[in-house]
Design a protein around this ligand. Structure first.
Ligand SMILES: [Zn+2]
Length: 179
């Protein structure tokens, strides 16, 4: 799966959701896809889970984590749902706090025993989707044009991260990747 196709999946979903509002209401976007989104009493090192069952899907997020962190977790799990839900099997994704640095746990079952994309690749794809849907490219460029922007300007990055309701780190990487 190419980065371009992941961006397209995120943009298409936002378009179907049909809101121009910032920050993106990521929980509502997930619910729009029929996914239950609920706080979970998760263990400390677990940020989120995605459970896919024939009857429906549920995203659980760690309620102890900061709001921007929870938003990214929901977007990341939504990415798994949109990109890696190719068979109608029961699937469980478990993501720990360090998923961004690719240290994660993923439980993955396929009853057909087919070869699956490597978990590292899937984590990268879910993170790419999360960044694309929380910080849509067109709004990033729109806002950059509105403010005097320089990537070295911490205050400007912070202001952008506030508008998208993401962490400064997530914002910074998104800006780097969009260069
Ligand atoms: Zn994941």
């Amino acid at each position: 799966m190419t980065v371009k196709s992941i961006h397209k999946a995120a943009n298409d979903l936002l378009e179907q959701f049909g809101s121009d509002q910032l920050p993106v209401r990521i929980e509502d976007v997930a619910r729009f896809k029929g996914i239950n989104v609920v706080p979970f009493p998760l263990e400390n090192d677990v940020s989120g889970i995605l459970v896919i069952e024939p009857g429906g899907a549920t995203i659980g997020y760690n309620q102890e984590e900061s709001r921007v962190r929870r938003r990214f977790t929901v977007a990341h799990e939504l990415g798994h749902f949109m990109l890696h839900n190719t068979q109608n099997d029961r699937k469980v994704f478990v993501d720990n706090t360090f998923k961004v640095s690719n240290e994660f746990k993923v439980l993955f079952r396929s009853k057909h025993g087919q070869e699956e994309p490597t978990t590292a690749r899937m984590e990268f794809e879910a993170n790419t989707f999360a960044a694309a849907i929380l910080m849509p490219e067109k709004y990033v460029f729109q806002l950059i044009n509105e403010i005097e922007f320089d990537l070295g300007d911490e205050a400007a990055v912070k202001e952008l991260s506030r508008r998208f309701d993401v962490s400064s780190t997530a914002m910074y990487y998104r800006l780097l990747n969009l260069r």
